[in-house]
Design a protein. Structure first.
Lengths: 115, 111
């Protein structure tokens, strides 16, 4: 069965610090997708990135970067030079091709960036 | 364009009352549809998913049920709400599992 673990419940940093959010997943499928979402206080889910299981290239988008390592089943998310606007709950999620494309979420990491 | 409508945005209901939350999708056909719940301060739990009209799969036993009377309509219901049903409910759709579109959510408070 698919499972996503985000071991960090809450992280608190000061503005301009770099912060890494960890995500470890479990799946028996060879074809799957990994996602990161941001949930601000308003509640809506903001899509950040999708990675498929055959693409291990790391990705950078502005201050955001993602490190996908199949060998350790991890898909970590780093925010460089954090800002107060980055404060939110971040979810890592996994969908398997063979599992009716159910999107299973980790428990989330609450990030607080202080000025 | 592809959009998803979910209503109401907020709802306060007494214990024991019925519930009906509706979600409709536009701009796509035969999507997979999902209902998620987020209890206060918790993660997103998948409640139900549907791969077609009338096809509902439940992920967790609970006081809720779901129905899909039309291809792009997904309804979450309860006959009698419990306090523990309070939470933030999100509807989502996907085609192929490569991307998911979420509704804006319904914040349900059972009092």
């Amino acid at each position: 069965a698919q499972k996503v673990t985000q071991a960090q419940t809450e992280i608190s940093v000061v503005e301009k610090e770099d912060v890494t959010l960890d995500c470890v997943y479990e799946t028996r499928d060879t074809t799957y997708y990994l996602f990161w979402y941001k949930q601000p206080p308003s509640g809506e889910l903001v899509f950040l990135i999708r990675r498929n299981s055959f693409d291990e290239q790391n990705e950078i988008s502005g201050r955001y970067s993602w490190n996908f390592q199949k060998s350790t089943s991890s898909f970590n998310f780093t925010i460089t030079a954090s800002q107060v606007v980055d404060s939110a709950v971040y979810f890592c999620a996994l969908s398997e091709r063979g599992g009716y494309n159910k999107l299973i979420f980790g428990a989330g990491t609450r990030l607080a960036v202080h000025p | 364009s592809q959009t998803i409508h979910q209503w109401p945005a907020t709802l306060v209901q007494p214990v024991g009352s019925p519930l009906s939350l509706e979600c409709t999708v536009e701009g796509t056909s035969n999507p997979n549809l999902y209902w998620y719940r987020q209890a206060a301060g918790r993660g997103l739990q998948l409640l139900f998913y549907s791969v077609g009209i009338g096809q509902i799969s439940s992920e967790v036993p609970q006081n809720l049920s779901a129905s899909r009377p039309q291809d792009r309509q997904f309804i979450l219901s309860s006959k009698k709400l419990l306090l523990s049903d309070s939470g933030f409910y999100l509807c989502a759709w996907s085609v192929g599992g490569r991307g998911y579109t979420f509704g804006s959510g319904t914040r349900l408070t059972v009092v």
